[in-house]
Design a protein around this ligand. Structure first.
Ligand SMILES: [Zn+2]
Ligand SMILES: [Zn+2]
Length: 262
């Protein structure tokens, strides 16, 4: 099983990283993709990828931190993007729910990072909340830079929006939120073919049921895959296989790294 979005660098997990990764390995949870949010977490993501064979990293600035996007950050991002275990630009996008950075700044930084990802030849991991219309407009305006794939992490948009994004070849990652009792994901899932879906925990956040409210960890990924299997009406082994394949297809640098590491 695969966890395409987590934050092992978060203090809630970092202390136990060694033990968590060892246990993931034992249970066949591999690869783990550690997502960057700011300068500090980007550095830690890269260090975690260096330290653990099954951990990969993304580079990029979260919309919450857009106000800190500067030349120093871009220089570091560019340096790291060339590393063999840096597999995507993320998490980038727009968050109008928390509004922790000015919306115009968020839009500008999102557009800039799409261009950078294209320069690096890396796919995009998007974080979008309450801003699907503006995110879509920016993606359309930047269409010539969308050459390496688009992934909607923690997808919370409508079924109709998903239908449009599927037509554009986009992928979707689901985590703990799909296990919540009031989550009506059937309509959304009906629009997304099983070959476009990925599993994630976003740990330490977003614990799935029945662990809601506790610190999340990548060890909870089976709860997500089991729920996805039920939503798609396939057995867990089949969902596992499809998701693993999709992960390697969406993040080609993982296979590339493994071939050269062998
Ligand atoms: Zn996010
Ligand atoms: Zn995240």
């Amino acid at each position: 099983m695969t966890d395409t979005h987590l934050h092992l660098d978060d203090p809630k997990l970092y202390e136990n990283a060694e033990q968590i990764v060892a246990e993931c390995k034992q249970r066949g949870i591999d690869p783990l993709i550690n997502n960057s949010c700011d300068f500090d977490s980007m550095q830690k993501s890269v260090l975690l990828a260096e330290r653990f064979d099954c951990v990969f990293a993304t580079v990029g600035m979260h919309p919450h931190d857009s106000k800190n996007f500067d030349g120093e950050f871009i220089a570091k991002m560019t340096e790291y993007a060339a590393l063999p275990k840096v597999v995507a630009v993320g998490e980038i996008g727009l968050d109008y729910y928390y509004d922790l950075s000015d919306r115009a700044v968020q839009r500008d930084v999102f557009a800039q990072q799409i261009e950078l990802a294209d320069k690096f030849g890396l796919p995009l991991t998007l974080h979008v909340r309450d801003a699907y219309g503006d995110a879509w407009d920016i993606l359309r305006a930047q269409k010539r830079h969308l050459n390496n794939g688009v992934l909607w992490h923690c997808y919370s948009g409508s079924a109709e929006f998903a239908r449009q994004a599927v037509k554009e070849g986009h992928y979707f990652a689901f985590g703990g939120a799909i296990t919540f009792k009031n989550a009506r994901k059937e309509d959304v899932i009906a629009q997304i073919p099983i070959d476009r879906v990925l599993s994630e925990t976003d740990s330490p956040y977003m614990s799935p049921e029945p662990l809601r409210g506790r610190v999340n960890s990548p060890l909870n990924i089976p709860l997500i895959v089991t729920k996805l299997a039920a939503l798609y009406g396939v057995d867990v082994a089949e969902a596992e296989r499809a998701i693993a394949q999709n992960t390697l297809k969406f993040f080609p640098k993982i296979s590339l790294y493994r071939q050269t590491a062998d």
